[in-house]
Design a binder for this molecule. Sequence first.
Ligand code: NAD
Length: 437
Amino acid sequence: MEVRKITVIGTGYVGLVSGTCFAEIGHEVTCCDINEEKISLLRQGNMPIYEPGLKELVHKNVSEKRLYFTSNIAKAIQAADIIYIAVGTPMSQTGEADLTFVKQVAKTIGENLNGYKVIVTKSTVPVGTGRLVASLIRTHSQSSQPFDIVSNPEFLREGVAIQDTMNMERAIIGASSEKAFQIIAEVHKPFNTKIVQTSVETAEMIKYAANAFLATKLSFINDIANICERVGADVTKVSEGIGLDKRIGHQFLQAGVGFGGSCFPKDTAALHHIAKTYGYDFKLIDAVIETNFNQRVFFVEKVEAALGSLQGKIISVLGLSFKPNTDDMRYAPSLDVIPLLREKGAIVKAYDPIAIEEAKKHIGYQCTYFEDLYETIENADACVILTDWSEIKELDLVKVKSLLRKPIIIDGRNLFDLNTMHEHDFMYVSIGRPVVR
Ligand code: NAD
């Protein structure tokens, strides 16, 4: 394998993990960011995000001199053979992907182009962004230096991001030239993964199609769960029963309080917007988005129904991050559920093992935060489960019962067996399963 000089622009969840993994397979990687605080933390050996195994891998590759951090983006661009764009593409007011950061980076690349480079977009971007990046680079480049554009979307999952990258299931490489395709395919060789060669536009579309499909599976099973509740069926068994069909599969068929995170909500909204822009009425994706929001509302209604009224009631919310093993709070169910509980008069005590600092930035002081699981539960009128952290799955139910004012648990993640909850004499309300009273 030829060792490449790779610069990753945007040192967030994707850029930091990808850059570290590229270093781990032997490339010389510089991760850069406009956020100087992030870079300075990394240079001191501290991680700006929580991701299992990341700190150790960063330290290893820094000490072996394959991984560097800088806020001097111009210099990092000039030194690179390959530039990865991994900046955020957040949801704008209209649902459209906001390309401000991508455009800024394209301009900076143009201004610093000093020889042939492959410019790879890893950020999730609407179809046509590769062309836009190329045109911005050309506009801002003084000389007519050659370059190629590649779309190489990212599929890692937060919480298992290192594992996902080191054992990636596939790499989608949509290149503007065969030469650029070969370079990026070669970079991926040590990952020993299946490579799918496409056009730039097709690669951009694959990322949205993948996330929209997974989001559709989740909204589908949540709708089935809502019907299960009405007909007296158990959605966990329905999932097991249908998931055994290989064409369907078990993954993404766990009913719950609706999806969150930095990708599904924003990417489904962006796909809706892309379809609309091109004159297509994508009804299915609209329903997926609506079902997902309704799932939060139905959940709060369940909490209210279990307690009679929420006015003045103390609710212990367990889990704030959008899923376990991450501190990422973007579009987490807790961001909808806690304000809805408060609107109904509840007083909220909240627990998360990792995400409290992030949560404060999003929810502020709408709740009291606790670092101890059982202190959160003490004297509450009910427990509400929003994230399936392992410590929440392993709750000591006897202790919980002794600490709660009333033995009521409303579980948005279906963590407990119905018989167990019956034996412990809880009122247990979950998703798509009969209520235990
Ligand atoms: P993030 O917000 O964690 O990180 C983005 C980083 O880019 C930030 O550190 C920010 O300071 C930096 N940045 C912004 N403008 C910059 C500029 N002009 N120059 C240098 N740095 C700049 O975002 P993320 O979660 O890593 O996501 C990045 C992209 O990857 C998004 O398009 C996202 O949709 C996509 N993606 C994310 C995930 C995920 O699980 N987080 C998975 C797959 C794809």
